[in-house]
Write a protein that binds this ligand. Structure first.
Ligand SMILES: *[C@@H]1O[C@H](CO)[C@@H](O)[C@H](O)[C@H]1NC(C)=O
Ligand SMILES: *[C@@H]1O[C@H](CO)[C@@H](O)[C@H](O)[C@H]1NC(C)=O
Ligand SMILES: *[C@@H]1O[C@H](CO)[C@@H](O)[C@H](O)[C@H]1NC(C)=O
Ligand SMILES: *[C@H]1O[C@H](CO)[C@@H](O)[C@H](O)[C@H]1NC(C)=O
Length: 416
């Protein structure tokens, strides 16, 4: 670990003119903060103690970070700079960080050397794999490929005969590689990772999924695992623009502000007002319209409307739905008593909102300090069924948050 940190220290690498060649100096340099669980080093602060106070990640200062990424299924973290270079850190299990030949945890943000030329604009995190979208619509994946979720196989035999496919257990993970097959000729515009599967939206508004088929998470009507991207037929005629994946389900948004869902429904996370365990193909969530943004945690979902109001549904056991109790909800329900919202984010059992007046509010599971309640020991360990403000950011403008399984990341700058 010590060796890695010394070798890949971001400051050293970025001193080279090669990596700075596309620098846009007009972009302000934002700071990255982390808090919550740190058992895998996912806070990027050089130790593994959890903390409830947002803490500046020094390693990312002056690196021109533009976005941060994790997910409700992930104990790892990712930051992208303005040039599309990725830094990854945290749990390295299954090679999920993309640093070849090691699956050790990485305690400080470390450049993803193998994708330096890729110009990434978004990274999605599964339990053991990640997917990276490039500025020109190509997809790269790395990490655990036990169910074909990396989609690296170019042998099309399995497409013809999916029943013959047997999931394989790999030691370590796959290094980053472009996903080809049917996607090679398409431009990808949005990506998501479930626990063990991958889903993308193309510029034409089509959705492709592959990986583990458990609970019908791929939306193809069966539970067969797939090693290659396959188009979701049930969305024919819709123009999908965004997607979000939970552990074993997907939610997609079309260009008219309507939502469709499929996969596991144990907690009501499909929002269909039904309690059946699965849906094998896409179903419209008919009670919602005018949706502009969606966020999924492990088992819960939030949707932002064009009016700035928020609906939530799915698992509520940690208060993450923000309805004042810990009930599950199978019907999307308007969150009462919060200000108008501009952005929303979901993690393992917590949720975050950036209000239209730039405050950061959090709700849900707090046992590892992921709600950012600082030294308030009574509050730190408990869940919250209504929002709490993250006071630390009173003098900051928070632009983006990403919620991991039990940690939180924020990107922003000081206003005074
Ligand atoms: C994340 O860490 C927690 C606590 O150590 C563990 O229970 C969980 O399985 C981990 N998840 C993943 C995806 O590694
Ligand atoms: C929420 O759903 C889960 C999974 O079906 C179930 O185990 C749990 O009991 C439900 N919670 C409540 C409060 O009903
Ligand atoms: C939790 O809150 C929702 C929304 O107000 C309500 O419909 C539900 O009945 C509540 N659950 C319990 C157990 O009181
Ligand atoms: C997070 O864990 C890493 C790895 O043990 C550690 O070096 C770092 O200081 C921890 N961060 C905090 C805030 O405790």
């Amino acid at each position: 670990m010590k060796f890695l940190s010394a070798l890949f220290k971001p400051g050293l690498l970025f001193a080279g003119s090669f990596f700075c060649s596309n620098q846009t100096h007009s972009d302000p340099s934002y700071s990255v903060f982390s808090w919550g669980q740190n058992t895998s080093g996912q806070l990027g602060l050089g130790s593994d103690t959890s903390r409830a106070l947002p803490t500046l990640i020094e390693e990312l200062e002056n690196q021109n970070i533009k976005s941060i990424h994790s997910s409700g299924q992930s104990n790892s973290s990712v930051a992208l700079d303005v040039n599309g270079h990725a830094f990854t850190w945290g749990s390295g299990l299954d090679g999920v960080l993309g640093h070849s030949e090691t699956d050790a945890n990485v305690l400080i943000p470390t450049p993803l050397i193998q994708l330096y030329d890729a110009k990434l604009v978004k990274v999605a995190c599964g339990r053991g794999h990640m997917a990276g979208l490039t500025h020109d619509g190509k997809l790269y994946t790395w990490g655990l490929d036990d169910n074909g979720q990396c989609g690296h196989e170019e042998n099309l035999e399995q497409v013809k005969n999916p029943k013959a496919f047997k999931p394989q257990i790999f030691k370590g993970g796959k290094p980053p590689k472009q996903v080809k097959g049917e996607l090679e000729s398409k431009k990808v515009v949005d990506i998501g990772c479930g626990g063990h599967f991958t889903a993308v939206v193309t510029e034409d508004g089509e959705v492709y999924t592959w990986g583990q088929g458990r609970d019908y998470a791929l939306g193809h009507g069966d539970r067969t695992p797939l090693k290659h991207p396959k188009k979701v037929q049930g969305l024919e005629g819709k123009k999908i623009v965004k997607l979000a994946c939970g552990r074993n389900f997907c939610i997609v948004l079309d260009n008219e502000g309507k939502l469709y869902s499929w996969g596991n429904n144990e907690y009501g996370q499909l929002g269909l007002s039904q309690t059946d365990r699965f849906r094998a193909t896409p179903q419209q969530i008919k009670v919602l319209s005018n949706v502009v943004e969606i966020a999924t945690g492990d088992f819960h979902v939030m949707a932002l409307t064009d009016k700035g109001t928020v609906f939530s549904w799915g698992a509520g056991s940690d208060g993450q739905l923000c309805h004042g109790n810990t009930s599950n909800q199978s019907t999307p329900r308007l969150i009462q008593g919060i200000p108008l919202i501009s952005r929303l984010f979901c993690g393992g059992g917590h949720s975050a909102f950036i209000t239209q007046d730039f405050r950061l509010l959090m709700v849900g599971r707090g046992r590892d300090g992921q709600l950012g309640r600082q030294g308030n020991v009574e509050s730190v360990a408990s869940y919250r069924t209504a929002t709490v403000p993250v006071e630390y950011f009173t003098n900051y403008r928070v632009l983006q948050v990403s919620c991991g399984a039990d940690h939180s990341l924020a990107l922003g700058f000081k206003t005074q």
